[in-house]
Design a protein. Structure first.
Length: 200
């Protein structure tokens, strides 16, 4: 049985931190896993910047409320879910994701959680499992699934390469150049066709 594992930010919805960087006027917060492969290092750095500027969960959630899925993402996901099972595997957080999941038709999402103080300060984060995307794909394979994966960033490469078929989507020129053997797509129709062709 096949199951498709998709990244969320940069694939189905715009990058939350880039949107918040623009909304807050703090350009440093535009750095993402496309730039920094070490997610723990990236998140701790982000939390330091938020603390420095006195920003917390409420401000980020207000920005997230204004974000819509990428054009065609909902239609792509609906069409794909008619064909096979789909899980969104993301390094985002439950406190960020729900409004976006509603706009995407409430697909299944595996993500992480933030530690938030009563005043809204984000004091830390709890990863669901180490190396969550690759670990999830391996766990799905261990219970009999054949995985097909797609993402755009460094932290997606593990699950893409561990799957029976894997694709880069809307990735950076550097990541594509560093991984020339991985098919890379820019349009949802092309990704859909590649996934369907890989299904049993």
């Amino acid at each position: 049985m096949d199951i498709v594992c998709l990244d969320m930010e940069g694939v189905l919805v715009p990058e939350i931190w880039i949107a918040f960087s623009k909304a807050s006027g703090i350009p440093e917060l535009s750095r993402t896993t496309r730039d920094e492969p070490d997610y723990n290092k990236l998140m701790n750095w982000r939390l330091g910047i938020l603390k420095e500027h006195g920003l917390g969960l409420d401000e980020i959630q207000k920005t997230i409320a204004t974000i819509d899925p990428l054009p065609g993402a909902r239609e792509f996901l609906d069409k794909l879910r008619d064909k096979t099972q789909v899980i969104i595997i993301s390094d985002t957080f439950t406190q960020f994701a729900k409004p976006l999941m509603v706009k995407l038709g409430m697909p299944t999402l595996f993500c992480n959680t933030l530690e938030v103080a009563p005043d809204g300060e984000i004091t830390g984060f709890k990863m669901r499992i180490p190396d969550s995307k690759l670990s999830t794909v391996k766990a799905l394979q261990a219970i009999g699934f054949h995985t097909i994966a797609s993402g755009d960033s460094y932290n997606d490469l593990g699950m893409i390469r561990a799957s029976k078929a894997g694709f880069l989507f809307k990735s950076t020129d550097k990541i594509k150049a560093d991984n020339p053997d991985l098919p890379a797509f820019e349009e949802f129709d092309d990704l859909y066709e590649a996934i369907v062709a890989a299904l049993d």
